[in-house]
Design a protein around this ligand. Sequence first.
Ligand SMILES: NC(=O)c1ccc[n+]([C@@H]2O[C@H](COP(=O)([O-])OP(=O)(O)OC[C@H]3O[C@@H](n4cnc5c(N)ncnc54)[C@H](O)[C@@H]3O)[C@@H](O)[C@H]2O)c1
Length: 333
Amino acid sequence: MSKIFAFSIRKDEEPYLKEWAAAHPNVTVDYTDQLLTPATAKLAQGADGVVVYQQLDYTSETLQALADQGVTKMSLRNVGVDNIDMAKAKELGFSITNVPVYSPNAIAEHAAIQAARILRQTKRLDAKMARGDLHWAPTIGREVRDQTVGVIGTGHIGRVFMQIMEGFGAKVIAYDVFKNPELAAQGYYVDSLDDLYKQADVVSLHVPAMKSNYHMINSQALAKMKDDAVLVNVSRGPLVDTDAVIQALDNGKLFGFVMDTYEDEVGVFNADWSAKAFPDARLKNLIDRPNVLVTPHTAFYTTHAVRNMVVKAFDNNLALVEGRPAETPVKIE
Ligand SMILES: NC(=O)c1ccc[n+]([C@@H]2O[C@H](COP(=O)([O-])OP(=O)(O)OC[C@H]3O[C@@H](n4cnc5c(N)ncnc54)[C@H](O)[C@@H]3O)[C@@H](O)[C@H]2O)c1
């Protein structure tokens, strides 16, 4: 009988872990809510593989501590592998898997909902309602079907976002460094980012963050956009020069900004500041604006996505344990 041990299982993950365990009676599943550290690694004693998810680094000491328990098969419930000491993992002969795609709809829906909320000025309307002002004017909405939506990055998430916006009746145009042949045949692509900025009323980013696109949305890019454009970033904080966006909000160039990811989010997002001094004045400035919708990197956080992260990680780990090829192995180099 194989045994899989899972670390840092949250309450919202527990039902899906139990569902997986019930569907695999030949596997012993055990878990803890504690993070994987050199000290907690011993909890995995006797296991054939571990399932993990944490921001905390998988250091050389942590990996060694796992290997000391005889465990070298590790499956992440998330995408990111940059916090793993890969040299040590290689030295110890680790096999690692991740879950690169768990629910593109979770992120695409969030982007679409927030963009539509900006267009309908719902934050202003909600504030008016809360203070008892039941006037309509001047809080007038823009219909999504009247917008040209420019999608930068037509991968898993960008493509779902395009479908949702088309469902509202918007005209959708797209840009990608690698064109999807199906979308190309349907005529979605414009030739350049400049073309997209020139035509789009809503500009939505769905690309990974790399050195080459750091601050791709800077003051020059913003200047090329239409007046009253809406900018949506549910992808990665470093894609956007936050100061340039604040300037474009101040001078009225941007109608609104959707921000689920922030270049300085590490150590600030996913924490409760309600009883403490807020640590980032620039972020507070954005949160307080009536035409900015900030969420703390929660676009992915749905029941569907969490279930997939748990189930796919366990499926991967069982494959490793049973010596079968895992669906999404991570290259260790
Ligand atoms: N907010 C969240 O909770 C959340 C969750 C998951 C993913 N994301 C982010 O969403 C983004 C998209 O993820 P995905 O799964 O759709 O990725 P993907 O790899 O499926 O698609 C990315 C697309 O971007 C294109 N691309 C890369 N660089 C480009 C550039 N400079 N200009 C134009 N196109 C470029 C690629 O060719 C690809 O088609 C990523 O940044 C990812 O980190 C956010």
